[in-house]
Design a protein around this ligand. Sequence first.
Ligand code: ASP
Ligand code: MG
Length: 410
Amino acid sequence: MDLIVQKYGGSSLADAQKIKNVAGRIARAKDAGNRVVAVVSAMGDSTDELIELASQVSASPDRRELDVLLSTGELRSCALVAMTLMSLGHKAISLSGAQAGIRTDAQFGMAKIAGLDPQRITDELDKDKIVVVAGFQGITPGMDTTTLGRGASDLTAIALAAGLDASRCEVFTDVEGIYTADPRLVPSAIKLDEISFEEMLELASYGAKMNPRSIELGMVYDTPILVASSFSDVPGTLIHGDPDMNRNVGEIRNRVSGIATDINVAKVTVQGVTDRPGIAAGLFEPLAADGISVDVIVQNASAGGKTDLTFTVKRDALARAEGVVRRVAESMDSDDVVTSLGLAKVSIVGTGMQDAPGYAGTMFRALADAGINIEMITTSEIRITCIVSEDQVGAAARALHTAFDLDSPR
Ligand code: ASP
Ligand code: MG
């Protein structure tokens, strides 16, 4: 008998009718002869509502108490799903994260899973029950409730799939799968049948919605993840570890899997710093000390012993980054510090790019032909990213989608 872990997101559980729909799907997996563990998120936007409620009673809610509060969202869903399953004539039981054996460290709001003790789950499965687990939460060695970070019910599901050695993890959401681009920007975006963990990681951290830590976990434990819609029976996208996917049936393999976009970009330029050893360290160490995560970094070739250093951060970190930079810029006798919002990232992503030439050239040509100026460029083995102006990001994504032959089904 196969063990399947399913996960249902908040939008799939937003009201009683949707909960019945989800229960029906869980029941189908069980009726097909599987052992089934279902991980559920909080109903609809209820996590946001709980955060809002907390902010009405306290300017800075205590982090431990906030986790107790937030964990109730998922508890509500798992009890409701379990009772719906019972009303459909199935044996079912709901378990909190703690009861399901999800052990974490004590970083409230962002706890890391430290271990798994799924004995209770296995016992209940042995009694022929469907086990419904509250996502996004765990318990510390000191028995305090923790949450695992926004969107982290995915993480619960994949950790359980790995820990229980499930044949796969199925993540049900309100879209049909992973797309070649954000369909709101690129109307011709199409759903991918499959994608590698590596590619998905680049897409996840560059806009497409799926908790990046959960993809990493799936990759480490080699647990395939199916992302599909809870509202239809359209086959979803399988995220898996095989890089040699058969996209090349009868044709040259398309090595670009998707176009990622992200408009959460701001830039800081430190102008005219003296070009000597220690300048970059002197700038980026204090940024790191303040917990500011820096993304793309470009240092210009120096002229007359002076150079410009530019880097990007997330928009909500711009004010803090600017503060830190202004503090240290003086000691570097920099001429000025300039910042700008209004930028975006557009990336091409594909595992097959790593040992094939020409991708950068094709990308830059497509952007040039669309009249788009590239401000900064950065690459990884399977990704090339350009920083462009925010108002051109849609046009850039569409041009690249066409240039890399992603417009028509493969
Ligand atoms: N309910 C939590 C959130 O909204 C966890 C999740 O949905 O995965 O972030
Ligand atoms: Mg949610």
